[in-house]
Design a binder for this molecule. Structure first.
Ligand code: AMP
Ligand code: ZN
Ligand code: ZN
Length: 345
């Protein structure tokens, strides 16, 4: 189906970046499989005797922020804890005069922020897609709850929710978890995305993600969400989950929609695992900055990006910010659409 396809340059108009789609001559899209086992090199925490994230080892963790259910003891389902090795410090006092400083052309700001870990299951061997749809929905609601708490901290501007699965995707712990990093600045990829979405809205009067025609890029649809291979995918089998309704901020999600999203996220992760041999992956929630209200953002629409790690990034990508993707998204979408997930039970 893609053996003689010519390379193509596409532009991701949502993120304002180019991608080179260049089908690998020797490999068909269906031949793409992960070679590295996510569990194989995941550091010391490979069993529940030594893993601080396992139920029973809570005392080995940094302080808990909350757990779900709130009144649970050893039977908790999700725990949100402080990161023992945070990238930013919640203990630095955000001083009134802590504004951006320019020193000889360099930007400096105190490293204040929050870095949390979300433990997605009490059981070491249970990974995110192994949870029930409601279980995945419960993790998604924990993200929402923490985002709402961070919203109350005036100096926090942006919150990144992300998950690294597998050593080559950056994970150091094999127990199922994700992370939440709250920043006092808006990352440049976020402001670039917002500017691009705003430009599209200015030109068309529409939100670019409400306007998306998935067609042959569609993988699956639930009541409120769709999973797609984005038109200008930077990575092989990159998948987005997009709300079918307009929403600028992830934390606006209602409980019923979180449960619906839980089902589609579970299905998507199961399909990627079956198609690509349980690949390492990164998952990111791309939301809007906290200090801007939804009324001010008719053009901004949140989504989830999932990137299976099937290749390494080289000098061309670092130099240009333009990725070379060997799998056309239409082919990736077709393969993922057709994956049959065995029903348990
Ligand atoms: P990752 O490296 O993506 O697997 O994320 C795991 C995170 O858990 C890292 O950022 C670690 O700093 C953090 N971490 C490791 N051990 C603990 C612990 N005992 N309590 C809290 N956080 C931890
Ligand atoms: Zn564990
Ligand atoms: Zn929209």
């Amino acid at each position: 189906m893609t053996t003689k396809q010519n390379p193509e340059i596409r532009k991701d108009t949502i993120n304002n970046r180019f991608v080179i789609l260049s089908p690998a001559r020797s490999r068909r899209p269906s031949d793409f499989k992960s070679k590295s086992k996510p569990e194989s090199s995941n550091g010391s925490s490979s069993n529940n005797a030594t893993c601080p994230f396992c139920a029973g080892n809570e005392h080995q963790c940094a302080p808990e922020i909350f757990r779900s259910p709130e009144d649970s003891s050893s039977d908790w389902k999700v725990r949100v804890i402080e990161n023992l090795y945070p990238a930013l410090s919640r203990d630095i006092e955000a001083k009134a005069d802590d504004c951006d400083q320019m020193k000889e052309g360099n930007f400096i700001r105190t490293g204040f922020g929050f870095h949390d870990v979300v433990i997605e299951s009490p059981v070491h061997s249970v990974h995110l897609p192994d949870l029930s749809e409601e279980g995945v929905g419960g993790v998604l609601l924990a993200y929402k709850k923490r985002l709402l708490q961070l919203f109350d901290v005036d100096s926090i501007s942006y919150v990144q929710v992300f998950k690294n699965y597998g050593a080559s995707a950056g994970a150091s712990m094999s127990h199922s978890h994700s992370q939440i990093l709250a920043l006092p600045v808006i990352p440049t990829t976020t402001s670039t995305r917002l500017d691009s979405m705003k430009m599209y809205h200015h030109q068309t009067g529409k939100c670019i993600l409400c306007d998306i025609q998935a067609d042959n890029l569609l993988i699956d649809k639930s009541t409120h969400f769709m999973s797609i291979a984005p038109f200008a995918s930077s990575f092989a089998f990159e998948t987005w989950i997009v709300p079918l309704y307009h929403s600028s901020h992830y934390h606006e999600i209602h409980e019923d929609k979180a449960m619906d999203l839980g089902g589609l996220l579970k299905l998507t992760l199961q399909k990627l695992s079956l198609q690509l041999n349980d690949p390492p992956y990164n998952l990111m929630i791309h939301t809007s900055p906290l200090r801007v209200t939804s009324l001010q953002l008719p053009y901004a629409h949140w989504y989830i990006q999932i990137v299976p790690q099937l290749s390494t990034v080289g000098g061309f990508e670092m130099g240009t910010g333009c990725y070379i993707n060997p799998v056309f998204p239409e082919d990736a979408a077709k393969l993922l659409r057709e994956v049959e997930v065995p029903k348990k039970g």
